[in-house]
Design a protein around this ligand. Structure first.
Ligand code: T6T
Length: 327
């Protein structure tokens, strides 16, 4: 793994570079062009989320480059019971390959195994299952490292003391579980910080606002919040905006348009941004390689970056800012 040190928030923070597991490479090979008109489908974790919108932009750009057809679909909320029928209908449509972000690491094993058994090449993009043995490739951010980075940054921002709140989606999601693990493990090195019980929102920003307001009222020593994804970050920021005179500091995963506004407004102090566009590109590349029967890279970790008010307009950060639309 490549790690380079950068300075933000007056702190030494890290950005984590691309690396891979079983088959080492830092630049996944592109499938050769002029493919037959392969049909690919991207099943997003949830529709309308700027993270998955940006992933779809990257996937479409690569699909166009490779001359394959891409369909994008997903459930309208983050829920395995909503995503399962979407998966089943994609299996019935029999595309050549699928890039999928499963909503739950266990509950969606059976339908995705059935998809693979139907002869469809499956690649995990962002989230994954506990069993990835049948996947062409597993492509994601190093979420554990991102959680560690969030904890180090928040600890510094709050003077290494006080209570901190973690606002998370649901238990059983590979990405956000890893972020919380990285965060709570790092906080063990900060004895004067108390990590309150993790709160779950089911990916609902309004729930994140309610939790933030209630926690501010119940814990007068609340010093910081870690919001583990876009919706939680948006909801936490709304709760903090509604509170008067709060000095609570917030670090959040992701970099959607509203999150950037909240960063610029000083409500949120730092964002751990992913590269969803790059995940989409790599997802199409690996899936096409699998369809062609060529070697794929089993594990690919894409880059993340720490974004603050000070570097948000730096051209090197542009690729980490999520899009509301592709154009
Ligand atoms: O943080 C991303 C994604 O990585 C995670 O798996 C689910 O939430 C997001 O889509 C952001 O809302």
């Amino acid at each position: 793994m490549r790690i380079r040190t950068v300075t933000m928030l007056g702190l030494a923070l890290i950005t984590v570079g691309a690396c891979s597991g079983s088959a080492a490479t830092t630049a996944p090979a592109s499938a050769s062009a002029a493919a037959a008109n392969y049909k690919l489908t991207l099943i997003q974790g949830v529709q309308g989320d700027p993270f998955y919108v940006t992933m779809a932009c990257g996937a479409q750009a690569e699909a166009t480059k490779e001359g394959v057809t891409l369909t994008v679909t997903g459930g309208n909320k983050w829920d395995a019971t909503v995503q399962k029928p979407v998966i089943d209908s994609v299996t019935a449509a029999k595309p050549d390959g699928v890039m999928v972000a499963p909503n739950d690491s266990k509950a969606l094993l059976a339908p995705l195994k059935a998809m693979n058994d139907a002869g469809i090449k499956v690649t995990f993009v962002d989230t994954q299952l506990d069993d990835t043995s049948f996947a062409q490739s597993v492509i994601s951010t190093d979420n554990l490292a991102g959680g560690t980075l969030a904890a180090k940054t928040l600890a510094q921002l709050i003077g290494d003391k006080g209570s901190v709140l973690v606002v998370n989606v649901d238990p059983g999601i590979s990405t956000t579980d890893a972020r919380v693990k990285g965060f709570t493990d790092e906080m063990k090195n900060h004895p004067n910080i108390k990590v309150l019980d993790v709160q779950y929102t089911h990916d609902d920003a309004t729930a994140a606002t309610t939790i933030t307001t209630a926690t501010l009222a119940a814990h007068s020593d609340l010093a910081g919040v870690f919001a583990t994804n876009v919706q939680n970050a948006e909801g936490v920021a709304t709760g903090l905006k509604q509170a008067t005179n709060t000095t609570v500091k917030t670090i959040a995963f992701d970099a959607g348009p509203k999150q950037i506004d909240d960063l610029n407004a000083g409500i949120v102090q730092g964002l751990i941004a992913q590269d969803p566009y790059g995940i989409g590109v790599a997802g199409v590349q690996q899936t096409v390689l699998g369809i062609k029967g060529q070697a794929t890279t089993k594990t690919i970790q894409t880059q993340l970056a720490a974004i603050t008010k000070d570097n948000v307009n730096d051209p090197t950060m542009a690729k980490y800012l999520y899009k509301a639309t592709c154009s």
